[in-house]
Design a protein around this ligand. Structure first.
Ligand SMILES: *Cc1c(COP(=O)(O)O)cnc(C)c1O
Length: 368
């Protein structure tokens, strides 16, 4: 039985009747960059995130970059984050001329361990950048408390966590701002690149609105040197349609995770904890397998596709070798990268496929 990690073709086949007229509308109005679709999406996504503002931009990376600038991150500042993430989290810090300072993860969640933050703070620290990895909220209460005590700003990397809740609150509105990605593979994916910055802070929203479009506060009125980080009309049109389906898709991802947890309870793997106070949106359903390197090929032989998110932590990437973190600096994240595996978890999976994946994983890794 073929089980892909993602099936965007099948999703399009289902949505075609909604998508094509929406794209036609963008063409008819020629609102190709920003414009009415983008404005409508911003209102709808702000409602969804329960924030006062949403500013749509051209990618999640752009949202992180402008978010950090809006929080005052500048050259020679330090920003504390986790190396258990996609490179873009750290890149956005580098774009500001600032330095990423990594701390290890809590192995139970895969997210930044708040207990390790304070010893990483220096006089140059300006912000903390927690990631809600795989759709699981980072532990925001202690992070916010530490930030308040040291007068630091908090930007959430919510690129994988559309709609996740921490202690009842939607991510993206818990720190000073949140950055979302609408890359096609994300839980809410555009048909191209896209991103958004969410915040309750009027000043942050105002800055990002100008910064995404060459620093303009009015047409041809450039307050400062900004960027070309605007969202396209086509992407907003697609995102508005998909946002209406996101509630059902997220519920389905959560249901799939419950089934996997039950079926894999006795398998020789570990799974991240599921905090009952929070709501994980399962961008990825991950397991930790001790013999991980042997597992993907054995599952592929059964036509089950898997992906490793991520095989190498950011501090060991050649791109960041200049930071000088040798292997062994962050043992928990390094261990996670050696054992982690993402199983197919997208909302289009059938009950038979989920059963088949779980049974195959049990066969391959053995029982406890
Ligand atoms: C996808 C992703 C990004 C970058 O988003 P883009 O839209 O691809 O620029 C940043 N951080 C994390 C954790 C991501 O998963």
């Amino acid at each position: 039985m073929k089980v892909p990690v993602l099936d965007l073709k099948a999703e399009y086949a289902e949505l075609r009747g909604e998508i094509l007229p929406a794209l036609e509308r963008v063409c008819q109005n020629s609102s190709f960059v920003l414009g009415e679709e983008v404005e409508a999406f911003e209102r709808e996504f702000a409602d969804y995130c329960e924030t006062r503002h949403c500013v749509a931009v051209s990618s999640g990376t752009a949202a992180l970059h402008l978010g950090l600038l809006a929080l005052g991150v500048q050259a020679d500042h330090e920003v504390i984050t986790s190396p258990n993430t996609f490179l873009a989290t750290a890149e956005a810090i580098t774009y500001c001329g600032a330095v990423p300072v990594f701390v290890d993860i809590d192995p139970a969640t895969g997210n930044l361990d708040p207990k390790l933050i304070e010893r990483a703070i220096t006089p140059r620290t300006r912000a903390i950048l927690p990631i809600h990895l795989y759709g699981r909220p980072a532990d925001m209460d202690p992070i916010r408390e530490i930030a308040a005590r040291h007068n630091l700003r908090v930007l959430e990397d919510a690129a994988q966590a559309h709609g996740a809740r921490y202690r009842g609150r939607r991510v993206g509105g818990i720190g000073h701002a949140g950055a979302f990605s609408f890359y096609p593979t994300k839980n809410l994916g555009a048909y191209g690149e896209g991103g958004a910055l969410t915040t309750d802070d009027d000043q942050i929203a105002k800055f990002v609105r100008a910064a995404r479009s060459h620093g303009q506060t009015a047409r041809y009125e450039h307050e400062f040197v900004g960027y070309c980080y605007r969202m396209q009309g086509f992407q907003a049109a697609v995102l508005r349609i998909k946002l209406r389906h996101l509630y059902a898709w997220t519920a389905r991802r959560q249901e799939i995770a419950r089934v996997y947890r039950r079926l894999l309870a006795n398998a020789r793997i570990e799974m991240p904890i599921d905090d009952p106070h929070d709501e994980c949106v399962y961008h990825q359903f991950i397991i930790y397998a001790h013999n991980r390197n042997a597992v993907p090929a054995q599952l592929a032989a059964r036509e089950i596709e898997t992906v490793v998110h991520y095989p190498k932590p950011v501090h060991l990437q050649p791109a960041y070798s200049s930071l000088g973190y040798p292997p062994g600096t962050f043992p928990r994240v390094e261990r996670a990268c050696e054992t982690v595996l993402s199983l197919p978890g997208h909302p289009g999976l059938t009950a038979e496929q989920i059963d088949y994946v779980a049974n195959s994983v049990r066969e391959v890794v053995g029982e406890k």
